[in-house]
Each structure stands twice: as C-alpha cells, then as structure tokens.
Write a protein that binds this ligand. Structure first.
Ligand code: SF4
Ligand SMILES: [Zn+2]
Length: 262
C-alpha cells in the first residue's frame, strides 16, 4: 500500500491511496464516518430559557457543536468504572449563564475541564432580547456516528482514479479539451494530451464526444482519491490513525473467532 498526500490543512486532508481493494476503501470510509468515538453534548439541564427557541431545539443545537478533547482521556459511559452513573472519566460538564440583549454563541459555553472546548466559537445558539435569560448545565459524552450524527467523526468521500488512454486517432479530437469539465486535457502542438488524469471524475463526456475507440477511460480498481474533512473536534491525523486501529481490532477479533473453529 502506498499513500500520497495531496493537500492538508486543519480542516481537510486529500490523499491518493494505491494497492487497496474497493472493499477496503469502503470500510475505511465507514469507520471514519460512523465508528470513531467523539465527544458531544448528550444531556442538558435548563434552569432558565426565556428565548424564543424551545429547550429541545437548543439542546439539539448544543449536541451538534464539535468539541475538542483528548481522545485517550474518556471512556464510553457504559464501559466506565462508574458503571454508567457518570463521572469525570466518561462525562464533561459545561455551563452557560447569559442575559440579553445578546446572541448566544458556542464560545459562551464553558467546560469545567479547560482542555475541552467548542472547536468553533461563533456557532449561534439563540438570541436573547432585553432582559431575557438563558441558563443551563450540559453534559458531553463519548459516542459514535452510528448512534447519532452528532458523534460523526468526519465527512469522507472517495472515488477511483481513472486510467485514460488516448489513441493515435484520439490525438486529433481536440473537442475533448472543451467538453471535459475537469480540465483533464490540454492541446499541445495541435494534439490532444493528458494534463492531469487525477482530476477525471469518469463523467465520460469526452468519450461521448470523440468515440469509445479513440479515448479509453476505465476506473483504476486499486487506486483511490480520498477527501476527508473533520466533523468533530478530532484532528485529521487522529481520525485516520483511530480508523486504522478500529479496522485492525476488527480483523484481530475476526481471526480469534476463526481460531475457535475446529
Ligand atoms: S471522463 Fe469526464 S472528467 Fe474524465 S476526462 Fe473525460 S470528460 Fe474529463
Ligand atoms: Zn464514568
């Protein structure tokens, strides 16, 4: 297996991955989306809410705020020593007390543990008019995207890279450069050439224009382009490494079960 990073910043990572099957690529995506433990607000205890938005909607908005946290620090509540009662190893406590006129933002909620905070401070929660008050305590817990979208680790897309061949006859079909929406071709010395095959999204417009026998495009079955964007407080590095740990644990478990067979 070979990986080539194409683009990387705090929010996104794009990479090419070679010599894997489509089943492996699909499982990588599923794990990153739905099986990585992340932290999200699960319980809210409202003391005052004079805003026009009801408690349930505010609680829903709070749950969707991505929270930064140390992935090694928390247990799932049901696996914790407290036996699901809730303690500092499986819950993080937040509080908020605001009086209008003001807009209440994600950055206004404060955690008792200073290492845990909203990833973005300017997510609006509600607006308070003159004299209106909002006061609550909230508790965040670990969960996975399979249970609820608020625990989704990342937004992940992938596709096969394309194998493109231009035949001798195809070099004359310069229209392909114009119809291609992804800028894959270039015309050089009056001949059609490939500029960047990785951009091809297999739409087949060039093949329709020039004919199957002059431009041949097939998906390369073992080469993929991945685009990963974090949807939680975890870094892209944490998302990728954790997804590989989860996959490797699944395989270990599978092999244990096989060993039990006689
Ligand atoms: S299949 Fe579509 S994206 Fe790919 S080279 Fe042809 S026109 Fe461009
Ligand atoms: Zn606990």
């Amino acid at each position: 297996m070979k990986i080539q990073i194409l683009k990387k910043n705090k929010e996104k990572i794009n990479f090419k991955i070679f010599d894997i099957s489509s089943a492996f690529a699909g499982e990588m995506r599923n794990i990153m989306i739905s099986e990585i433990p992340t932290l999200a607000i699960e319980w809210v205890d409202f003391h005052k809410n004079d805003s026009v938005i009801c408690d349930e909607i505010i609680a829903n908005r709070l749950g969707l705020i991505p929270l930064t946290f140390d992935p090694k620090r928390f247990n799932f509540k049901e696996e914790c020593k407290c036996k699901g009662k809730g303690c500092s190893h499986c819950q993080a406590k937040f509080s908020l007390k605001k009086k209008g006129p003001c807009v209440v933002y994600s950055g206004d909620i404060k955690c008792t543990d200073k290492t845990i905070k909203p990833l973005y401070n300017k997510i609006p929660i509600t607006e308070l008019s003159e004299g209106q008050e909002l006061e609550f305590e909230a508790y965040a817990e670990l969960g996975i995207g399979k249970t609820h979208a608020k625990w989704q680790g990342a937004i992940v897309g992938y596709r096969n890279l394309a194998k493109i061949t231009i035949t001798k006859k195809g070099e004359a079909c310069k229209e392909a450069e114009k119809v291609c929406p992804k800028d894959v071709f270039v015309v050089k010395n009056n001949k059609l050439k490939i500029k960047d095959a990785d951009k091809c999204n297999l739409c087949m417009q060039c093949v329709e224009k020039c004919g199957k026998d002059v431009i041949k495009i097939v998906p390369d079955e073992n080469k993929f382009l991945f685009q990963v964007e974090r949807a939680s407080g975890l870094s892209n590095k944490d998302i990728l490494t954790k997804s590989m740990d989860i996959l490797s644990n699944k395989l270990k478990e599978f092999s244990k079960q096989i060993e039990k067979l006689k």
